[in-house]
Design a protein around this ligand. Structure first.
Ligand SMILES: *[C@@H]1O[C@H](CO)[C@@H](O)[C@H](O)[C@H]1NC(C)=O
Ligand SMILES: *[C@@H]1O[C@H](CO)[C@@H](O)[C@H](O)[C@H]1NC(C)=O
Length: 464
């Protein structure tokens, strides 16, 4: 199913979710049943439906060609507008707040700031340390470092290339979207400045490779897992088209960026690290594919993207998901819950991209019945039960914030009420996690997420 074909249906579903989620009264007594003659949802237990049911009631009318059309009744429509307006205001305020912070920051973001050169001797080579690697206590100098999966070595933050790059991706995204909604040219200026600084300026630029990403002290080169560092480039790539209409947009900078990314893509697909990462079976492989697709798409290589997406989805679903829906390469990890959700986010991004290339990944089913939907369903009872009975070790708890976003989308995509019911139950917990600062996720994300869905933009704000 394409997300767009039944655009109106999706719109109504989203509206329904809004209403169900935000209406401040207790409507649980009213069972929702399938679309009936009176409209989308109907109360089935009495004749005095609560305000939600009343508000979303639709009326069917027949037009001059005999086509049946449905419209939201006045109360529902006005309520919907009211909520949208409120959400819009909060979302734009939050967006301009972060964009203004990005504008105000005049410090340099560059790979050249790190305190040590990578083994190549070229400070322009990006470098990051293996997140889960620690000194070997059996060696006098601790080298080479050894793996303690799930435990982040704080040394990771002594080399900040990773931090700057992620910040760059996020800020260009924020600036691009803030520009889209406000037409404030200052945002485009800053985005151009940052892109130029990171990719193009002789003094500060990064070379188009990740040879020293995921570096483990005591080794000569980086490690393939470091290729994941770059995957959030999707943030930057999807914000760029929103700024092209600005008179401040400098096509020569974009030309330079494209040349940089083309060169990077060669490294990404031919280097030992890049190829190794692509062959990985777990979330690293999934996000390698996500990265590949966004790059191909941005570089205008649509035919390649189109054939890649099919192979990718088949591979990731057939080999990354069991017929039960368990994702065995993620449940192998000490932080099994976190990675099961993280890989699903990657699969959702792949499926969303696939929609742009006429491939229905949402409903693709592997030879043994594996599917993305089954992977969503596998997690559901444990999410509802604070992880009770989770079949594998898990050292970092059972946060639900990111999973709730997956469930919201699942409802929009597959229309199964069990997702809606689960969202209803889990959303307070997700909100409490956000309020407690457990998650980077922004409070206001939902509106932009739904807008993204409706306008065939991306899932970025929906996922993380
Ligand atoms: C545009 O953004 C800049 C930088 O954040 C801000 O100072 C300025 O007031 C904004 N302009 C308008 C018209 O809102
Ligand atoms: C600007 O960004 C850098 C890099 O993240 C950060 O260290 C610095 O505190 C920021 N400065 C301001 C004024 O926000």
């Amino acid at each position: 199913m394409s997300l767009l074909r039944p655009r109106v249906l999706v719109f109504l579903l989203v509206a329904t979710i809004f209403l169900l989620i935000f209406w401040p009264t207790n409507y649980q007594q009213n069972q929702c049943i399938d679309k009936g003659s009176q409209g989308f949802f109907q109360a089935n237990n009495n004749n005095s439906p609560g305000p939600v049911i009343d508000a979303i009631r639709t009326t069917t009318i027949t037009d001059t060609k005999g086509t049946q059309k449905e419209y939201l009744n006045a109360k529902g429509y006005i309520t919907f507008l009211h909520i949208i307006r409120k959400q819009h205001k909060t979302a734009i305020e939050s967006l301009t707040r972060v964009a203004d912070i990005a504008v105000a920051n005049d410090t340099v973001y560059s790979v050249t700031l790190k305190p040590q050169k990578p083994p190549s001797g070229d400070i322009h080579d990006y470098m990051s340390l293996g997140r889960y690697f620690w000194p070997d206590p059996t060696q006098p100098d601790g080298l080479p470092y050894i793996r303690k999966d799930g435990y982040v070595n704080p040394e990771f933050f002594t080399i900040l290339d990773y931090v700057y790059m992620r910040k760059l991706f996020r800020e260009v995204q924020d600036l691009g979207f803030a520009y889209f909604f406000t037409r404030n040219e200052t945002y485009v200026d800053k985005a151009m400045y940052r892109i130029k600084e990171w990719f193009l300026d002789e003094e500060t630029k990064m070379n188009p490779n990740l040879n020293y990403a995921g570096f483990r002290k005591g080794q000569a080169m980086g490690w393939r897992t470091g290729v994941l560092d770059f995957h959030q480039v999707f943030r930057l790539l999807q914000a760029i088209p929103l700024m092209r209409y600005s008179y401040k947009w400098d096509p020569s900078i974009e030309k330079g960026l494209k040349a940089w990314l083309s060169e990077y893509y060669i490294w990404f697909t031919t280097s030992k690290m890049g190829r190794g990462e692509g062959k990985t079976k777990n979330n690293h492989g999934t996000f390698y594919d996500v990265q590949a697709l966004f790059l191909l798409d941005y570089l205008g290589r649509y035919e390649e993207a189109k054939s890649f997406i099919r192979v990718s989805v088949e591979n990731r679903v057939n080999n990354g998901i069991l017929p039960t829906g368990q994702q065995p390469h993620e449940t192998d990890r000490p932080t099994s819950w976190f990675y099961s959700i993280f890989n699903l986010q990657g699969l959702f991004m792949l499926a969303e991209r696939a929609d742009h290339f006429d491939f229905d990944a949402w409903n693709y089913v592997g030879p043994e019945g594996q599917s993305i939907r089954k992977a969503v369903d596998f997690l559901l009872p444990f999410a509802l039960n604070e992880g009770e009975g989770w079949p594998v070790p898990n050292i970092k708890g059972f946060e639900v914030n990111d999973y709730v976003k997956i469930l919201e989308l699942s409802y929009v995509i597959w229309g199964d009420e069990k997702y809606l019911n689960a969202v209803e139950e889990l959303r307070p917990k997700a909100k409490a996690e956000q309020a407690a600062g457990l998650k980077l996720a922004k409070w206001e994300d939902n509106y932009l997420c739904d807008l993204a869905l409706l306008t065939n933009r991306l899932l970025w704000t929906c996922l993380y």
